[in-house]
Design a protein around this ligand. Structure first.
Ligand code: ADP
Ligand code: MG
Length: 571
């Protein structure tokens, strides 16, 4: 079919200009595909060259993931007698710091391999190239399945995510990048795996030795400013159950010359940008520059937010925002209430420029406040967005809450913002400005907000977005109709994307969704979309506890598993 389209590109049919356009598009797509394929083949060749021992064990078939810091490949191997095994090979970029790489590996070897945490089989190194070999878990794209998941599946998904989080938190690992692309889900096999410890950090009592040496990007920025490089990274020993090193080389990279700081600063930049390039489906976020029409379906405007800083760093964007909306800027004065998690965030804010859009000399002379900010903006907790230096495993629970919010509302990504203060403003429109400001005080942060926005009722919000509230015609029953015949909810929110939300349902026959996945695994997901009519209050209670603005009182993974929402489920 595509070949035919390609051949006719230069001879568009006179009577069908549309067809001609499709032919050109088809041909362009084909060229693009060929180009990509050639690129993947080249990358595979390069990997064999960089780490030749891989060729003795694996047949590398395809590239399945690519970010700024790693490329992931699907390979097969005849590791034991029996059928070929599928393996995921994660090739870390050679500029990653050895400690960072070793820490990622140690998280997988020590905490992984059970309770939905990805394990590791082998690790290979040649010079500065490191490849982690993991069991391969075929998985769905979150965006593709979001609107065909039954409520029961959502319950199982969240339960299994908490199981993984409980496991890593017990080891004192803060994942820092919990999001759907790092929690693999195989719908067919009902298997789950938390992956990607590339940004993980340790709690003060972490059991992952190497995480004690991993510093946050902000700490490193501060080190870099002081011209101090205290970690050489030449000697690393793995404790716990180490993977079999097939090449007999240690998993360290003494050859890496790049400073630790540069590598880590890249982490932030890459992670931030990466998410946007994943997948071809159109995103249906609730917030975000590209989706203001969706935004308007939530009846509150985003407030402009300004974080009163202790540091000399001036957030230009927030200042611009505050300047623009000066007339409606609200001044919020820090009461100085500092609770348990806030001990390291002193609330000494009195100076000449307080609540103005200037930075006075007192503020300019303040010590820069450093706090980790890595992760994906839409999933960052308020304490991360406000740069609270004292961050705990609670930040992963917030991210899990954002995933749950997507699952209940049918919108992904839910929050999409280009900077932290916009992200904070988006959180305020859901959780309330007063509540956010109040919570921030508990961890020593003072926020200026241009206007007051009330907290939203989570059930009403999710039902409205999903189109199952009493005032909005149901999306589920109207799915078969083309978008133009259903000018109610979907048009109001995002006309362009509305057909996409309909796509999975057009395959519905009765209540069963028949789907053949890419690997020919013919599944019959009995997708009961009607169970969305009976979402219990427990679901929204759990969501509320996950999206607790105060990290000190936010629900833990262990507590979440015991929440009534999961009452009939066992570990
Ligand atoms: P990065 O640090 O580049 O984000 P990840 O570890 O998150 O790397 O892997 C990137 C992608 O590769 C994942 O989102 C997933 O799609 C795929 N992937 C990673 N590990 C596996 C695995 N063990 N099995 C199957 N796919 C995997
Ligand atoms: Mg990842």
């Amino acid at each position: 079919m595509e070949a035919t389209l390609g051949i006719h590109v230069d001879e568009p049919t006179a009577f069908s200009p549309l067809r001609g356009r499709f032919q050109v598009e088809g041909s362009l797509k084909k060229n693009e595909q060929n180009f990509k394929l050639a690129g993947v083949r080249r990358d595979i060749e390069k990997l064999y060259e960089a780490v030749p021992q891989l060729g003795n064990v694996f047949k590398i078939k395809d590239k399945i993931g690519e970010g700024t810091f790693s490329s992931v490949y699907l390979a097969t191997a005849q590791l034991h007698t029996g059928p070929e095994e599928k393996i995921a090979l994660k090739h870390l970029i050679p500029t990653s710091h050895p400690i960072r790489i070793a820490a990622e590996l140690q998280c997988l070897t020590v905490a992984g391999g059970q309770d939905n945490v990805m394990g590791v089989k082998y690790c290979f190194r040649k010079n500065d190239h490191v490849v982690i070999a993991m069991p391969y878990l075929e998985h769905e794209s979150f965006m593709d399945i979001l609107n065909s998941l039954s409520f029961q599946e959502v319950r199982e998904y969240m339960f299994n995510l908490f199981k993984a989080l409980k496991r890593i938190h017990q080891f004192g690992i803060v994942h820092r990048d919990v999001k759907p692309s790092n929690f693999l889900y195989n719908r067919c096999l009902k298997k789950y795996a938390l992956v990607d410890f590339g940004l993980a950090q340790g709690t003060h009592d972490t059991k992952i030795e190497l995480l004690k040496f991993v510093q946050s990007e902000a700490q490193q920025e501060s080190f870099s400013q002081n011209k101090t490089h205290i970690i050489t990274g030449n000697k690393i020993s793995l404790s716990g159950q180490a993977p079999k090193a097939l090449n007999q080389q240690p998993t360290t990279k003494s050859s890496v010359k790049r400073p630790y700081t540069n590598a880590q600063i890249q982490v932030k930049q890459g992670r931030d940008g990466k998410e946007e390039s994943v997948g071809l489906s159109v995103q249906r976020s609730v917030f975000g520059e590209r989706n203001f029409n969706i935004h308007s379906s939530i009846s509150h405007e985003s407030p402009a937010v300004k974080l009163m800083k202790h540091s000399k760093t001036v957030d230009v964007l927030s200042r611009k925002l505050a300047t623009k909306k000066k007339a409606i800027s609200t001044k919020v004065i820090n009461s100085g209430v500092v609770r348990k998690s806030a001990s390291s965030c002193p609330a000494n804010l009195t100076c000449d420029c307080y609540a103005t859009d200037k930075v006075c000399s007192i503020c300019l002379s303040r010590r820069q406040q450093v706090a980790p900010r890595a992760g994906t903006p839409g999933f960052r907790a308020p304490e991360v967005l406000t740069k609270c230096p004292n961050q705990t495993t609670a930040i992963d629970m917030w991210s899990a809450g954002v995933i749950f919010l997507s699952l209940l509302s049918g919108r992904y990504p839910f929050y999409k913002a280009s900077d932290d203060l916009t992200a904070l403003a988006q959180i305020m429109t859901i959780r309330g400005s007063r509540e956010t400001i109040q919570a921030a005080k508990t961890f020593g942060k003072s926020i200026l907000c241009s206007k007051e926005v009330p907290a939203q009722d989570l059930r009403k919000l999710c039902e409205r977005l999903r189109g199952i509230d009493s005032e909005t015609p149901k999306l589920t029953s109207d799915m078969q109709e083309p978008a133009s015949h259903n000018p109610t909810f979907s048009e109001k929110i995002d006309h362009k994307a509305s057909h996409l939300i309909h796509t999975p349902q057009t395959q519905l026959s009765g209540n069963s969704l028949h789907k053949e996945n890419s690997k020919g695994c013919f599944d019959e997901h009995t997708t009961n979309l009607e169970d969305w009519d009976e979402v219990p209050d427990d679901a929204y209670d759990l969501l509320d506890k996950l999206l607790d603005l105060n990290p000190a009182s936010r629900i833990t993974a262990e507590e979440a598993l015991l929440h009534p929402f999961f009452k009939d489920m066992s570990l």
